[in-house]
Write a protein that binds this ligand. Structure first.
Ligand SMILES: *[C@@H]1O[C@H](CO)[C@@H](O)[C@H](O)[C@H]1NC(C)=O
Ligand SMILES: *[C@@H]1O[C@H](CO)[C@@H](O)[C@H](O)[C@H]1NC(C)=O
Length: 536
């Protein structure tokens, strides 16, 4: 009896504790504002997963984006910001007017960065002048009821000004390779020799010339960033937010967290601040069932499925004619069925029979089907992660340098093959696809790489959630912010001290040398005097 009473009171205690926990937990729920100014479908996939997860954890989420979320979610309010800015045609126009995407890919890095700065700023401005945003910008701090802002961090730093204006923390999501673009936040605290710079192959023994090249490249790039990209974003802040604050200051005091969509072994390990959280693969949710027509197409394929997605920078129909012809010839002669994700409005002429063109099914769901045997891609980082997580070996046909670099890494890891532009022929494609589908070791290696990529204390999405909640719980997470961002780099890297010590050492040497010669001269004179006096 007594025992029963005791266990009952335990139950009551348990229930009380549980409800207390629930109350505590719900008191952490926040009103979150999500801003997504770009048109990139693949980056938006990241936001889509994140928003769904945030809402499922009791947060209220308001999304401003050109894309639709394509599903109704509880606690999510969506403002579709139209018309969408056509980033890639604008970039092409700006950087290689009259040229093709291939010409764009051939530009030198510095030219491409300049153009990205201009077009990135244009995209943010285009976003800010649409009706829903104009309304949002006019809110006073009392009316601005959001606790936290999340932005897609790709040439969009001006958006940090919104958090600054209302004194709310901002979280950035980076879906490109970090080293590629966001150096300014992190490199500020890194010795340059161990920070692998884009597009170069690094070995562990960096010689003098390599290190000299490194520092020159770093400094040039940073200068360009400040002069072109930050300057353009600053201008937007002054014009549309009507405040005078610059980007480094905003980054230092209002950027609460950077969620990086990458993780080892897909990137080189490097020192990270607690504020920078690698959450690679955070967009990859569990697979969902395919819609009936795609499902039937997949399941009726006797020889398996090859999935194609060549980047969403251009519609498939705008691929160079030569390239399309080679692809069609190659596909038409294969036994497998192909699924190709294209966002074209018009149908492709001369398409072989064994291809299904689609754009509505997410590629993570297609790649999850066991019949899918290979993935022909452009080398986009998020797609590589998806291929690896779904155990589908990849054939890369990269255009841009960053894609080439991603592919190189995938090839090194043993989960992909890459064909150069010069090797883009029907024979080479056949050879590569046979290799990927017939050699057992790609299947084995990709499982190992995938398990290493996923092996973390928390999953990617859970980790991202933990840190978002951390920022909500702890007043914007100021404790984990670096103090290094707005320190000038010559101070941060102690260049001025090196100069000082060099000057000091030179002075001491000069004094010593002068003393030596002074004494020697005096002695010599004394000797001469002695000699003279002896002679006389
Ligand atoms: C979320 O929205 C609901 C309904 O509008 C509201 O009752 C609740 O207080 C909101 N939560 C937060 C954390 O503001
Ligand atoms: C080019 O393709 C051939 C197969 O046709 C292949 O053996 C070769 O390794 C490829 N070369 C490069 C550089 O990709």
């Amino acid at each position: 009896m007594r025992f029963a009473m005791q266990s009952k009171s335990w139950t009551v205690l348990h229930l009380t504790l549980l409800s207390l926990l629930l109350v505590l937990d719900s008191s952490r729920a926040a009103n979150i504002l999500v801003l997504f100014p770009h048109a990139s479908e693949s980056h938006f996939a990241v936001m889509r997963t994140l928003v769904a997860e945030l809402a499922s954890r009791e947060h209220n989420v308001t999304v401003y984006s050109g894309h639709g979320l394509s599903e109704q979610l509880e606690r999510v309010v969506e403002h579709v910001v139209q018309p969408e800015f056509d980033f890639w045609s604008n970039l092409q126009e700006q950087a290689a007017a009259g040229g093709s995407l291939q010409d764009l890919a051939l530009l030198p890095d510095s030219k491409l960065r300049s153009s990205l700065a201009v077009v990135g700023a244009r995209a943010v401005e285009h976003f800010l002048v649409q009706a829903p945003l104009l309304k949002l910008l006019q809110l006073s701090s009392v009316e601005f009821e959001y606790d936290l802002i999340i932005v897609d961090y790709f040439y969009t730093e001006a958006l940090l000004a919104l958090g600054y204006k209302h004194n709310k923390p901002t979280i950035g999501i980076i879906s490109t390779d970090f080293g590629n673009y966001m150096n300014a936040v992190q490199e500020a605290l890194l010795p340059v020799a161990c920070s692998p710079i884009d597009y170069e192959t690094y070995t562990k023994d960096l010689g003098f010339a390599a290190r000299l090249g490194n520092i020159r490249e770093c400094m040039a790039r940073r200068k360009q960033f400040y002069n072109e990209h930050y300057a353009a974003q600053d201008k937007i802040i002054r014009k549309h937010f009507k405040i005078a604050v610059n980007i480094p200051e905003l980054q230092a005091h209002h950027l609460a967290l950077l969620l990086l969509n990458n993780h080892v072994p897909l990137w080189t390990p490097r020192p990270l601040l607690p504020q920078i959280v690698p959450a690679g693969g955070l967009h990859i949710r569990g697979p969902r069932e395919l819609i009936w027509n795609v499902k039937r197409y997949v399941e009726e394929s006797a020889d398996g499925i090859i999935y194609i997605q060549l980047g969403n920078e251009q519609p498939c129909g705008q691929l160079p004619e030569q390239k399309l012809k080679i692809l069609f010839d190659f596909i038409g002669a294969r036994k497998e069925r192909f699924i190709w994700t294209c966002h074209d409005v018009t149908t492709l002429q001369g398409l072989p029979k064994n291809v299904l063109i689609q754009h509505s099914v997410p590629q993570i769901d297609i790649l999850a089907h066991p019949r899918v045997r290979a993935f022909i891609m452009n080398g986009d980082l998020l797609s590589i992660q998806e291929g690896i997580m779904r155990h589908v070996p990849m054939l890369g046909l990269p255009n841009f340098q960053n894609e080439r670099k991603n592919m190189q890494l995938a090839v090194q890891l043993g989960v992909a093959l890459q064909l150069d532009q010069s090797n883009f022929t029907k024979d080479a494609l056949n050879w590569a696809l046979d290799e990927l589908t017939k050699q057992q070791h790609y299947q084995l290696t990709i499982r190992e790489v995938s398990s290493e990529f996923r092996d973390r204390p928390l999953g990617a999405l859970a980790n991202a959630m933990f840190w978002v909640n951390y920022v909500v719980r702890h007043k914007g997470g100021t404790a984990i912010r670096t103090r290094g961002i707005d320190i000038a780099s010559n101070h941060l890297h102690l260049f001025d001290l090196f100069v000082f010590y060099f000057g000091l050492a030179t002075t001491i040497c000069a004094v010593l040398i002068a003393t030596y010669f002074g004494v020697a001269y005096a002695l010599q004179r004394k000797r001469n005097d002695l000699k003279l006096s002896k002679l006389s």
